[in-house]
Write a protein that binds this ligand. Structure first.
Ligand code: ZN
Ligand code: ZN
Length: 275
């Protein structure tokens, strides 16, 4: 059986950035690939989705794509993604309300915002809703592989958003971006991610920025690190970096953090975590 792994395809928040100050942690927006139990799973479809072809280990017949919410930085990879134009691909999209997804694609690619609409996509697509009961991604037909399930949980973010937990064999991970745990969901996030192998969590702001940006739906790095530590997760990755934070700044934040939390780091684009 192949090893299971997570690849960070994009870790930036809000809008893509590029240039010399963004080489270590990367500039592409939210997209995380999980390859486990023979399946390919994507969490969000930000501009990091364009990194998929160079990082995916093999050509999967089907890909499961879980969308935390419909803010543009989590969807902007869709119109230019190769997988959307591959007639052999089967793409299964999940969101809190799956029926909304085709309409969101239409709006995002409507004239005069984009030259072609979603009618130009060639992949076979289906759209499903996900809630708090686990969804099994591989059935009995996939004998020889472990079962892989994904569960969602609501988080606090303007317009709503959901976090995801994937479980396979004895392993698990949580992807929770775009959430402000200070607004009341911190404890439930800790429970949701309890004892996972990997906990990826929004950490967009410094303490100072958080005070200025209350209501935007993102936490401070300090809060996120505390939640990861309290969850008992084996490894924590701070995610959805502010577009204004350069490699030098994130490096300094990381050094300070690791003086007392060695198992938490800032997610780097291209980083692979074996699980
Ligand atoms: Zn975002
Ligand atoms: Zn958002």
């Amino acid at each position: 059986m192949e090893k299971n792994q997570v690849t960070i395809l994009g870790a930036r928040g809000s809008i893509p950035v590029s240039g010399n100050g963004y080489k270590t942690y990367g500039g592409a927006t939210s997209c995380v690939l999980l390859e486990a139990a023979g399946e390919a799973v994507l969490f969000d479809a930000g501009s990091g989705l364009l990194n998929l072809p160079q990082h995916v280990r093999k050509e999967y017949k089907r890909i499961h794509i879980f969308l935390s919410h419909f803010h543009l930085d989590h969807l902007m990879g869709i119109p230019m993604s190769q997988m959307m134009y591959n007639p052999a691909a089967e793409l299964i999209f999940y969101a809190e309300d799956g029926e909304q997804i085709p309409e969101v694609f239409r709006q995002m690619m409507a004239e005069p915002l984009w030259p072609v609409g979603p009618d130009s996509f060639r992949a076979k697509q289906s759209f499903r809703s996900i809630g708090m009961s686990p969804v099994a991604l591989n059935g009995a037909a996939d004998a020889g592989e472990q079962s892989l399930t994904v569960t969602a949980a609501p988080v606090t973010h303007p317009g709503g958003a959901i976090a995801f937990r994937a479980d396979w064999g004895t392993h698990s991970m949580v992807y929770a971006t775009d959430c402000d745990p200070d607004e009341g969901t911190g404890r439930s996030l800790e429970r949701f991610a309890a004892d996972t192998d990997l906990f990826i969590l929004d950490a967009q702001y410094t303490d100072e920025e958080y005070e200025k940006c209350r209501g935007f739906g993102h936490p401070s790095m300090r809060t996120s690190a505390q939640i990861i530590a309290a969850s008992g997760a084996g490894q924590g990755l701070l995610f959805h970096h502010s577009p204004s934070h350069t490699d030098a700044q994130l490096g300094t934040f990381e050094q300070r953090l690791q003086q007392y939390r060695k198992n938490i780091s800032f997610a780097r684009e291209g980083e692979i975590i074996a699980l």
